[in-house]
Ligand binder design. Structure first.
Ligand code: CMC
Length: 427
């Protein structure tokens, strides 16, 4: 198909068609209003492609996810997270030298400016770490004012490396502050995941011994979260970036979007739900019935997805890793058991089957985070660390695109018509 035709009233217009690598077809509607006077209306962007993109492919009907052409299953089995960051941001898997240079550069930026440490005293002890993460990331733009030119490739690249290096440090500090422990400096002799775990759990008084299984599990979780094309937070990063806002400000906005329980916050909400079910005599059926009841706002957290109408491939990878980690630790987690029962009941229920509702990435991730000792409030923070390379890749792709324009949707106004102003004395 090369063109499509659209009839609006008595006008028929011809629209160009964009065909993607995997034969996805998009009708180009940019000229619709100019030629017919009408706009398209698509709340929630259910049927709207906001951009072309060469970063991630996903097919929700078949449960396929690929970063830069590579299946997620292969990347999860063979790569480390820093390698996947390189792939997403620069477009290809790195050679050994490229990867070593990239790692060196990331290592060189892991520390935070000492003045940033004092910010942590200003937040309440019980502040949500996502609020801290978003604030401190935005504040980085005040410390690196010499590198904020969005059109300067070298400056942008430096900001990218700073962000990837510093996000785990910012995140771990927020946790340390919440438990009243000293902030632990990064250690550049450790790898990315090891370094994060030592900043989270080491204390100055005792040696910290790291479990390699925890490092491996964390690495896998970061990889499966690394990108997911035009999701809510990524679209936010692109939208804020489309105004030429600097990278720190754009990523800070993405973190805020990710915090929502319908998006990245679902992992935290899912664990809260599983705990509630356990406290309620493990009555799985009751919660499945509540989720089906349209008069009840309760939803199964970690279930359903805008794009996947099949099993989320990330959930499959995480579930397997969960099983492996828990049996290796010889640990029975009632949360994992309940999650599996809930999945079984839901997947055999016509309500879920008819709507194509399956476990998503957030359904089992909390169980692994718990197993490696990550506190619940930090779950979405881990999602943010994982998603960072995806946000960065999309921000830079947008800036390099010759067709990039400021994102500015239209609306159908439904408020009052023009009315005469009434002075306050006569209202
Ligand atoms: N529990 C019960 N019913 C559901 C659920 C659920 N979790 N999700 C969707 N439905 C129903 C919904 O009520 C609707 O039914 P009907 O057709 O009778 O009105 C139908 O399924 C379609 O749902 P929708 O709300 O129109 O779908 P959406 O694409 O707008 O929303 C979603 C997608 C992910 C926000 C939604 O499935 C949801 O709220 N899930 C729970 C939160 C969650 O797990 N979010 C994480 C998403 S994956 C990771 C990420 O993006 O960060």
């Amino acid at each position: 198909m090369k063109t499509g035709k659209l009839t609006v009233g008595d006008k028929e217009i011809e629209l160009s068609v964009k065909v993607g690598t995997e034969n996805e077809i998009g009708l180009e509607l940019g000229k619709l209003r100019k030629e017919t006077g009408v706009i398209t209306l698509d709340p929630g962007f259910v049927n709207t492609g906001s951009t072309e993109s060469a970063i991630t492919f996903l097919n929700g009907e078949e449960g396929v996810l690929r970063y830069r052409g590579y299946p997620i299953e292969e990347l999860a089995a063979n790569c480390d997270f820093v390698e996947v960051c390189y792939l997403l941001i620069y477009g290809d898997l790195p050679t050994e030298t490229e990867l070593e240079n990239f790692r060196d550069s990331i290592r060189a930026h892991t520390m935070l400016h000492e003045d940033i440490r004092s910010f942590y005293n200003g937040f309440p002890r019980d502040a949500h770490p996502m609020a801290i993460l978003s604030s401190v990331v935005c504040a980085l733009s005040t410390f690196y004012q010499d590198a904020l030119d969005v059109d300067d490739e070298d400056q942008v690249n430096t900001c990218v490396h700073r962000l990837i290096a510093k996000l785990p440090t910012i995140a771990a500090y927020s946790y340390k502050k919440s438990v009243g422990q000293p902030l632990i400096y990064p250690r550049n002799d450790l790898n990315y995941c090891e370094n994060f775990l030592q900043m989270m759990f080491a204390v100055p008084t005792e040696p910290y011994e790291m479990d390699p299984d925890f490092v491996q599990a964390l690495n896998l979780l970061l990889i499966v979260h690394a990108d997911h094309e035009q999701n809510c937070s990524t679209s936010t990063v692109r939208m804020v970036g489309s105004a030429n806002a600097n990278l720190f400000a754009s990523i800070s906005a993405g973190i805020a979007a990710l915090w929502g329980p319908l998006h990245g916050g679902a992992n935290e909400a899912c664990v809260a739900m599983l705990e509630r079910i356990i406290e309620d005599d493990c009555n799985v059926k009751k919660y499945v019935d509540m989720a089906k009841d349209k008069s009840d706002s309760f939803r199964l957290m970690g279930f359903g997805h805008r794009v996947y109408k099949n099993y989320d491939p990330r959930a499959l990878i995480i579930k397997k890793a969960c099983d492996k980690l828990l049996s290796k630790m010889d640990r029975d987690d009632p949360l994992f058991d309940i999650a599996q029962s809930l999945e079984e009941v839901a997947l055999n229920d016509p309500y879920f089957v008819e709507r194509g509702l399956y476990p998503n990435v957030d359904f089992y991730s909390g169980v692994i985070y718990r197993a490696i000792g990550i506190p619940v409030q930090m779950f979405t923070v881990l999602f943010a660390i994982g998603r960072l390379p995806g946000w960065v890749a999309h921000w830079t792709e947008m800036h390099k695109s010759p067709s990039a324009r400021i994102c500015r949707p239209r609306q159908i106004y439904t408020g009052p018509g023009a009315r005469e102003f009434v002075s306050i004395a006569h209202r």
